[in-house]
Design a protein around this ligand. Structure first.
Ligand code: HEC
Ligand code: HEC
Length: 209
């Protein structure tokens, strides 16, 4: 088939699609009710608005100690939301937020936030802290699970671009055995690290893209 003939075929197909769309766009009569299948995603806008009040527009958090969700692996978000809904990972700020939320909606919420782009890093950049953090991360083999670029995978969260204060907070909790309801793979990983080490690691990850 010549490229020209192919172009005509494509044009023909898109004209068909356009026709179908304009037919769908006809104003609905008073009897027409939306069917359940007319809603492709079960993520209610009201629910999303609730999340972004704390986790920021597009999942980029500007609230202290409230983590950024943008770009997190979908599996990590799904698992976490199920654990929070079931009360297994206690998050006082999220109490009640996921009550009665279906698995399907959790999958849609996770897909939504996972697909959001990571925003540029904060301007405050401390080159020597980054160097120390990078060395600590290499020595701790963090990249074997969180990936060498720290983008996370499966149930391993993304560290690159996370809020610095939240990283310090969550690493302290793991180190001090206070991370209730969280994956035991982090147990022991941060043992022996000082508060200063955790601050350096957090600064390094927060600046990464
Ligand atoms: C009132 C504020 C608030 C609201 C509303 C809220 N969250 Fe959270 N969320 C938090 C805080 C604070 C944390 C951090 C908990 C901690 O310290 O471990 C958190 C943690 C999380 C985490 C774990 C992230 C990680 O990296 O460990 C996920 C996922 C999450 N929230 C998703 C959601 C979703 C989806 C919604 C909407 C259905 C929502 N949250 C609504 C405050 C909130
Ligand atoms: C054996 C695999 C493994 C290794 C090695 C590992 N992690 Fe993790 N890490 C995990 C898993 C799994 C989670 C998810 C825990 C959860 O949400 O319950 C996690 C969670 C975290 C979190 C919480 C992030 C968030 O958004 O809540 C931080 C911070 C973290 N790891 C830092 C590190 C650092 C720093 C190192 C290296 C010193 C490291 N990890 C090494 C598996 C690992």
């Amino acid at each position: 088939m010549s490229p020209r003939a192919f172009g005509v075929l494509v044009l023909g197909a898109s004209a068909l699609v356009a026709g179908a769309l304009s037919a769908m766009a006809q104003p609905a009569g008073p009897a027409a009710q939306p069917t359940p299948t007319a809603q492709p995603t079960p993520t209610a806008p009201a629910r999303l608005a609730q999340c972004v009040a704390c986790h920021g527009a597009q999942g980029h958090s500007t609230m202290p100690l409230s983590p950024t969700l943008a770009g997190q692996p979908q599996v990590f978000l799904e698992n976490t939301l199920i654990l929070v809904r079931e009360g297994l990972r206690p998050i006082p700020a999220m109490r009640g937020v996921l009550d009665g939320v279906s698995d399907a909606e959790i999958v849609a919420l996770a897909a939504h936030f996972s697909a959001q782009a990571i925003q540029p890093p904060p301007q405050t950049r401390d080159a020597s802290a980054i160097q120390r953090g990078q060395a600590l991360a290499a020595r701790g083999l963090c990249g074997t699970c969180h990936l060498p670029n720290y983008a996370g995978q499966q149930q391993m969260p993304r560290l690159a671009g996370q809020r610095e204060d939240y990283l310090v907070h969550s690493m302290r909790q793991f180190r001090d055995n206070l991370a209730e309801g969280r994956d035991t793979q982090m147990n022991g990983v941060l043992r022996g690290l000082s508060d200063g080490d955790l601050t350096d690691l957090a600064h390094y990850f927060a600046q990464l893209r």
